[in-house]
Design a protein around this ligand. Structure first.
Ligand SMILES: [Zn+2]
Length: 188
């Protein structure tokens, strides 16, 4: 889409905010975020946290697929696989144990719905779900809790060594966002 590619300065030179809709070629690094170097040290509080800033922009700008009451779901700007989602609370808290009972319930419900929606739009044969806790745990942005929902297809990792560790993400993030967001309220 022209307005996407004509976007001037990407809002994001660093991490999980949108702004680089054509960044499809990602390094396949399942255990750490490809952009960990650019993100972690820059987040010093909620004022410069991409997960706090994302909800303040439009869904299209931030690649948000669903806004809940206490949290939201956003596409990872640098996905491991197409449809890689991040479930986050609105509150700037680092640890899973920081969530209130209500936040935990919605966080879990959104994670489940994310799986249902991805099954419906792209039929993955499996998923990786998880939270990296703390810098040592591999969190790209440790200061703001986020759960990865990564759809998997048979063989999606096997051919990567052959092409020198590079993974092609063929569907544009804008298209993926639209599909997932549209399915969010219809799939059950
Ligand atoms: Zn935050």
């Amino acid at each position: 889409m022209s307005e996407q590619s004509a976007a001037p300065e990407p809002v994001v030179d660093n991490f999980e905010l949108p702004g680089v809709p054509d960044a499809f070629q990602r390094l396949w690094t399942p255990h750490r975020l490809a952009y960990v170097k650019g993100g972690q040290e820059k987040v010093t509080g909620s004022h410069n946290c991409p997960f706090c800033e994302a909800p303040e922009r439009s869904d299209e700008q931030s690649l948000i697929v669903h806004r809940g009451k206490l949290g939201f779901v956003v596409l990872n700007l640098f996905p491991y696989n197409p449809g890689h989602l991040l479930v986050c609370p609105y509150r700037h808290v680092p640890d899973y144990t920081d969530l209130t009972v209500a936040e935990t319930a919605e966080f879990a419900a959104m994670s489940q719905q994310a799986m249902r929606v991805l099954r419906s739009v792209s039929s993955p044969s499996g998923f990786n779900l998880g939270m990296n806790q703390g810098v040592t745990g591999g969190a790209g942005i440790a200061a703001h809790l986020h759960q990865h929902i990564v759809p998997r297809w048979g063989g999606d990792g096997n051919f990567l060594p052959i092409i020198a560790g590079t993974k092609a993400i063929t569907q544009t993030l804008a298209d993926t966002r639209e599909q997932v967001a549209a399915a969010w309220n219809t799939v059950d």
